[in-house]
Structure formats: structure tokens, C-alpha cells
Design a protein around this ligand. Structure first.
Ligand code: ARG
Length: 469
């Protein structure tokens, strides 16, 4: 194959090396960005009179034709032929427009070019993922709206603790996914910086205009330092870190769905369209999608780790190690997108077994804290009230009763402070309704929280420029 750098070499590259160092098999997905970037670069070259207007025109037309060929699938990809997507596009351009095509790379290096391509790609993907996170939040809010009064036991240590509502539980995840969206927006700001003009590492002697290029490509700013511009992959690391947290949140929810869909919990039934069966056991309905998403979280953590490790020992500026950024980044993008899509579909179609949740919320002494709070409200110190209720619970367990079933006489054997109004205080619905400070599970409080979360979503949507996917 003809190389972009053949001049200095006396003999060809070993075939093993050609295959080993080619990135074409994976960076081909960047071709649209690569060509868009080249078109902006060429226009600027013409504008700055580094090439003639006629040459610029020819190059732009040629690049457009190459793009059309690639879009139509008319190009064969051969990693032995082309080292990477940048080499491929340049070769196709020269094939089309002849000698003038060789002016494309004036005042540019593949080092600033690849940094540009990856940033353009990631900006688009971040917007898509932000849209998917919005969809998921909206789905959760729709469900929450219907379940502000659906009781659910809240757990600590996976032991029943205090009653909450299904809506309150779902809203906990809305908060997580909202923070994820914010993290992505933040990462977007640092991705939205245009590196072209950094050249290989030390800029260029040509009188380029970087601002025109940034404007044409929709970047908010240009990079400040040429060495940093070609050596920086922080934005990719930040994205993978944000993606890893999205996966953590999805995975925790998936773990709950796996538990909740067991016969032992029986809180949810997965829709047939989002569950699978067993080849041997005819009765099985398995939560494979939830398990797969939980499992795939590991890939994304790995992608983050790969990027951090790849970068940590690199001297400035570009090193070929950095070619390894792409597969990890692409994998994180692909995985998080697919998982969000599947997860949203799975949650949207869940059937909640409200009776089972209700029964679980009422059993297991989830109102014991409220009984202690009742005593504390009647002048008993909380520490003593805690001790008394502990003994009541022991007594109730021995007699196979729950707290509502203990008679007033029995209660008064434990504490003189107990009166008839204790039954209202420990009614589970009342326990829920009493927790009405902002952030609490009282139905009215949760309804207000849902309204705020919806307003927040509308606001972020107004602020995001594109959401096409
Ligand atoms: N394929 C390379 C990458 O992904 C493009 C930059 C190559 N630059 C170089 N000096 N070898 O990093």
C-alpha cells in the first residue's frame, strides 16, 4: 500500500505490522466526522489563501463525493491498504480529484485530526445519551405518578426497615439519572473544544484561522495549547466515568428487579417481551435483560480503566498508545446506549404486584420506629422508647402478632405512656403521610417532587440543542 509517510523508508512494512497497527476496522465509524472536519479545514485554507479558492472548491466537492460513496457503502475497507480512516479518506480523495487532493493535509496532522474527529463524535453521542436518560426519567415519573400511594417496604441491609411508596423508590432513581445527565452536560462542555491547528504537536507555520473552523463545526471554543490539544483524552475519560455511573445506577435497579421478580418477593412481573425462558425447565421466566445490563456494567468500568491506564504514563504529546482510546470509548458509548434503551422498555412494561408490596410493607414491623417516635412524643426519652419497642417487638414475635394487633392492655404493660391514639400513630398509611418534609415519602410530598422533577426535565430540554437519535 502507499503510505502517507513512505518517503523516509527504504522498504515496506511487514504485513504483520500493517495489520497490527491499523485502526481502520474501528475508526471507520468516524468517517462522517473526519470528512466534515476536512471540509471545514479546506474552506479555511481557501479563506486564508493558503490554497486557491478553486483548489478549495475542488477539494470540498471531492470530499462530498467521497462521503456519498462511503454513505452508499461503495467503499471497500481494507486495513492492509489503509492505516486508518484519515488515510483512507485522503486516498479516496486523491483517486477522485487527482494531485490537488494531496493539498488536503496542508497545515494539519493526523494527531489534531483524530482529536477533532473523536470530539465531534462524542459530542453527538452525548446528546443522544442525554435524550435516552430523559426518556428514562419520564418513564419513571409516569410510573411514579400512578404509585404515590402504593406502599412498599423500604430496606436497609435488605431487611424491612420503614414503609415508603413505590413512587418514592422510583424517584430515588430519577435523582440518580438526573445527576448522570448533569455529568454528561458537564463533560460535553470540555469535549466542545476544537483542537485543529495544533498540528502534530507544535502548531503550524501557515496563517490558519482556527476560529472559523470552530464556528463552522459548531464548537464553542478552541484549544489553548497545541501540545495539550493532541495529547488530551480527558474528555473521553470523563465520558467513560459518567457512563460507568450510569451503569452503576442501571445495575442497582436491575438487581432489585431480579430480586423483586422472584417468587420470594413477588413484587413485579416482567413483560413477556422483556423476559426469557429456559431450554430445559418449562416453567421458567427469567429476568435475563436485567441480569445482562447488570453484567454489562463491568465492560464499561473496564473501558474507563483501559483509558486511565493507557494515558497515565504517556509523555507529551501524541503517542500511538492513544489509538487505543477508540475501542474503549466506542464500547462504552454502545453499551450504555443499548442498556438504556432496553432498560427503559423493560421498566415501562413492568407489572407491579401492589398487593404483595402492600403486604410486605405492613409485615415485618416497618412501623416500629413510629411506635418509638410516638412514645418519645409522649415524654419518654427516645433511647428508652427504643428499648421499650424492642421488647414489644420481641413479645409480638413470640405471640405471632404485628404491632397493630397488640391490645392496649398489653401495650400498657410495657409503658404507661401508651394510649388509644397509638393505633393511629402506627397505621402504616399514617407513618407514610407523616414523613412530609421535602425529600420524604409522604404522598403529597412525592407528588410535589414529581412536579419539580418534570419541570427540571422541561428546563434541561430547553437548554439542549439537539436530541436526534
Ligand atoms: N489512527 C491514529 C489514532 O487513532 C491516528 C493518529 C495517527 N498519528 C500518528 N502520528 N501515527 O490515534
Amino acid at each position: 500500500m502507499s503510505k502517507l509517510w513512505g518517503g523516509r523508508f527504504r522498504k515496506g512494512t511487514d504485513p504483520l505490522v500493517e495489520e497490527f497497527h491499523s485502526s481502520l476496522s474501528f475508526d471507520r465509524r468516524l468517517y462522517r466526522y473526519d470528512i466534515q472536519g476536512s471540509i471545514a479545514h479546506v474552506r479555511m485554507l481557501g479563506h486564508a489563501k493558503i490554497i486557491t479558492p478553486k483548489e478549495a472548491e475542488t477539494l470540498v466537492a471531492g470530499l462530498r463525493a467521497v462521503l456519498a460513496d462511503l454513505d452508499a457503502g461503495r467503499v471497500e475497507f481494507s486495513p492492509r491498504e489503509d492505516e486508518d480512516i484519515h488515510s483512507l479518506v485522503e486516498r479516496l480523495l486523491v483517486d477522485r480529484v487527482g494531485e490537488v487532493g494531496k493539498k488536503l493535509h496542508t497545515a494539519r496532522s493526523r494527531n489534531d485530526q483524530v482529536a477533532l474527529d473523536v470530539r465531534m463524535y462524542l459530542k453527538d453521542e452525548i446528546m443522544i445519551i442525554r435524550g435516552l436518560l430523559d426518556d428514562l426519567q419520564r418513564t419513571l415519573l409516569d410510573l411514579a405518578e400512578r404509585h404515590t400511594d402504593t406502599l412498599l417496604p423500604g430496606y436497609t441491609h435488605l431487611q424491612r426497615a420503614q414503609p415508603v411508596s413505590l413512587a418514592h423508590h422510583l424517584l430515588a432513581y430519577v435523582e440518580m439519572f438526573h445527576r448522570d445527565a448533569e455529568r454528561l452536560s458537564d463533560c460535553y462542555r470540555r469535549t466542545d473544544v476544537m483542537p485543529l491547528g495544533a498540528g502534530a504537536l507544535a502548531g503550524t507555520v501557515f496563517p490558519i484561522d482556527r476560529e472559523i473552523v470552530a464556528r463552522e463545526l459548531g464548537f464553542a471554543a478552541v484549544t489553548e495549547n497545541s501540545l495539550d490539544a493532541v495529547a488530551d483524552r480527558d474528555f473521553a475519560v470523563e465520558f467513560c466515568a459518567a457512563a460507568a455511573l450510569i451503569m452503576v445506577h442501571l445495575s442497582r435497579f436491575c438487581e432489585e428487579l431480579v430480586l423483586w421478580s422472584t417468587a420470594e418477593f413477588g413484587f413485579v412481573e416482567l413483560d413477556d417481551a422483556f423476559a426469557t425462558g429456559s431450554s430445559m425447565m418449562p416453567q421458567k421466566k427469567n429476568p435475563d435483560m436485567a441480569e445482562l445490563i447488570r453484567g454489562k456494567s463491568g465492560r464499561v468500568f473496564g473501558d474507563l480503566q483501559a483509558l486511565l491506564t493507557m494515558l497515565k504514563g504517556l509523555p507529551l504529546a501524541y503517542n500511538k498508545d492513544m489509538q487505543e482510546d477508540k475501542e474503549a470509548l466506542f464500547d462504552a458509548v454502545d453499551t450504555v446506549k443499548k442498556c438504556l434503551l432496553v432498560f427503559t422498555g423493560m421498566v415501562r412494561t413492568l407489572r407491579f404486584r401492589e398487593a404483595a408490596m402492600d403486604q410486605a410493607a405492613r409485615g415485618g414491623f416497618t412501623n416500629a420506629t413510629d411506635l418509638a417516635d410516638y412514645l418519645a412524643g409522649r415524654g419518654v426519652s427516645f433511647r428508652e422508647a427504643h428499648e421499650i419497642v424492642g421488647r414489644v417487638v420481641l413479645y409480638a414475635l413470640e405471640h405471632g402478632k404485628n404491632l397493630e394487633e397488640i391490645t392496649l392492655d398489653e401495650y400498657r404493660r410495657f409503658s404507661e405512656a401508651v394510649r388509644e391514639d397509638v393505633y393511629a400513630a402506627i397505621r402504616v398509611e399514617n407513618c407514610l403521610a407523616a414523613r412530609k418534609a421535602r425529600g420524604g415519602p409522604a404522598p403529597a410530598t412525592v407528588r410535589a417532587a414529581i412536579a419539580r422533577a418534570r419541570a427540571r426535565l422541561r428546563q434541561t430540554q430547553k437548554n439542549t440543542t439537539c436530541s436526534t437519535y
